[in-house]
Design a protein around this ligand. Structure first.
Ligand SMILES: Cc1ncc(COP(=O)(O)O)c(C=O)c1O
Length: 495
């Protein structure tokens, strides 16, 4: 056989998120659960075409003279863009009336991110874009494709579950003036943790003072609160302040148009002349990347958003989808709080949108897949859309089992470490009983006088019988405990 021109091409790794679906489909287990998907599923865990979309399609098929298969103009389907703008800014926003927003249709959120980053690199000389830590797994790759590097800014605190707003502001202030900062407009993926209105308002003067460029990724409008207007709050606050910014809008999730690749870039500028100039350059990049955008999704969205009855139906359907996710969030929270009460699950109910950061580590996530056939992203992100009344308790029970194992593993680790430390630090005494015992406690063999001395002199507290709870130990205090026990033993040794 002749040598292939491609023989030097090494096998690429599978996409970490998309591959979960492949693993899930290949798993024959009857109780398998897919908590990895980033797409809405109904209570039967099936994908759904929205009624408003079906009705719009019927209308489109009846009017082939309007909805042709011709190439769209470079900016995209203009009636769609007008409606898409209104969805973000609100129908009567002054920026729209003054023509200060230029909009270019793109291949949904992903295409919008790629083209807008490319635009910023080529036309604004941007080489770095700041992204939250954590963020959607594809941000770095898409922005990297536009030859911009990414740097993470503080988003969640050390617990990985709640916002670190002070850390975030500190990072924004420390960045060079004029930095581009990617912000999730709502329903942050993967954490489900959003800023509240007051916090967004606090960011406005920082962006103004530092002249940073807000770069909104709006992939889940409607999924955070169930209300499209409320979920646009952050972007509207910046618009009302007259701050220039870029939005990458996706209709994949809220209109269920995933495969249609429907979305837009909106650039909010100071005046119409600027908006027109900017649009002319973005269009050149679109032309050189994929020429034009697809028409069908844009037709659908223009009919749904532009027909009052269909728009009302759309709002209702978004509310219903967000409502099911919220219901699942509450139910998994209740089930986990009841089934695994040794751990606090409040973060689950505090988060919003399609996902919940469970706080499970990557080892636990792997065990959930291997032993319980439950698939989620290795960061511990659970897609609530994979839950229904039939599998919630199974998921909670499986998580509980993994939590118990993790706890038992930690206790055993602490038992081994305190045994090693005591055997080395106080070898005159035999400590084999410590390693021989099991569970949460260890009977040290210290008497009540020695226990009191440990408390009084070394601030180490245990039950007077000498029972030590291993849960109070960690790598940072084990040697101190061993040294203190050694000191007490020396002081109380019979002369
Ligand atoms: C935060 C975020 N941005 C953008 C996207 C892009 O999706 P699409 O290209 O389908 O609009 C996703 C999809 O999961 C996402 O989660």
């Amino acid at each position: 056989m002749s040598k292939s021109r491609f023989s030097g091409v090494v096998q690429g790794p599978p996409d970490p998120i998309l591959n979960l679906g492949v693993m899930f489909r290949a798993d024959p287990h009857p109780k398998k659960v897919n908590l990895g998907i980033g797409a809405y599923r109904n209570a039967e865990l099936k994908p759904e075409i929205l009624q408003c979309v079906r009705k719009a399609e019927e209308f489109i098929y009846k009017h082939p003279e309007t909805y042709t298969k011709e190439y769209l103009p470079l900016e995209g389907y203009v009636p769609f863009l007008k409606e898409a703008q209104k969805l973000i800014f609100g129908p009567d926003h002054v920026a729209l009336k003054e023509g200060r927003v230029c909009s270019i249709q793109e291949l949904s959120g992903s295409g919008s991110l790629l083209i807008s980053a490319d635009f910023m690199h080529r036309l604004l000389g941007i080489n770095k874009i700041y992204i939250p830590n954590p963020t959607w797994g594809n941000h770095g790759a898409l922005i990297g494709k536009a030859l911009c590097e990414t740097e993470k800014y503080t988003y969640l605190g050390a617990d990985g579950l709640y916002i670190d707003f002070e850390g975030m502001k500190k990072d924004f202030l420390a960045m060079p003036d004029g930095s581009v900062i990617l912000l999730h407009a709502c329903a942050h993926n993967p954490s489900g943790v959003d800023l509240n209105e007051e916090q967004w308002r606090e960011l406005l003067p920082i962006f103004k003072k530092k002249q940073h460029l807000p770069y909104f990724d709006c992939a889940y409008q409607g999924f955070a609160t169930g209300d499209l207007d409320k979920d646009a709050m952050a972007m509207r606050l910046f618009a009302d302040e007259g701050i220039e910014f870029i939005i990458c809008q996706s209709l994949s999730k809220n209109m269920g148009l995933y495969g249609e690749r429907c979305g837009a870039i909106h650039i909010h500028t100071v005046d119409k002349e600027t908006a027109d100039r900017v649009a002319s350059q973005v269009k050149r990049i679109v032309r050189a990347t994929h020429s034009v955008s697809p028409c069908h999704g844009a037709y659908i969205a223009s009919v749904v958003l532009g027909t009052p009855e269909l728009f009302e139906l759309f709002k209702e359907e978004v509310k219903k989808m967000a409502g099911r996710l919220l219901d699942m969030r509450k139910k998994i929270y209740d089930a986990l709080s009841k089934t695994a009460p040794e751990k606090n699950w409040d973060h689950v109910i505090y988060q919003r949108g399609m996902f919940s950061f469970t706080g499970l580590d990557s080892h636990q996530v792997k065990m959930l897949a291997d032993e319980y056939h439950i698939y989620m992203v290795s960061s511990g992100r659970m897609a609530l859309t994979g839950l229904n009344d039939g599998n919630i308790q199974y998921v909670a029970d499986s998580i509980k089992a993994e939590e118990v194992k993790k706890m038992a593993g930690r206790l055993l680790d602490m038992r081994k470490k305190i045994y090693d430390a005591l055997s080395k630090t106080a070898p005159e005494k035999n400590w084999d009983h410590v390693i021989y015992q099991r569970g949460m406690f260890s009977f040290t063999g210290l008497d009540s006088h020695q226990v009191k001395m440990l408390a009084d002199e070394y601030h180490i507290y245990m039950v007077s019988s000498g029972r030590m709870a291993l849960t109070g130990l960690n790598d940072g205090n084990i040697q101190y405990v061993a040294d203190s026990i050694k000191a007490v033993l020396d002081k109380t040794a019979k002369k």
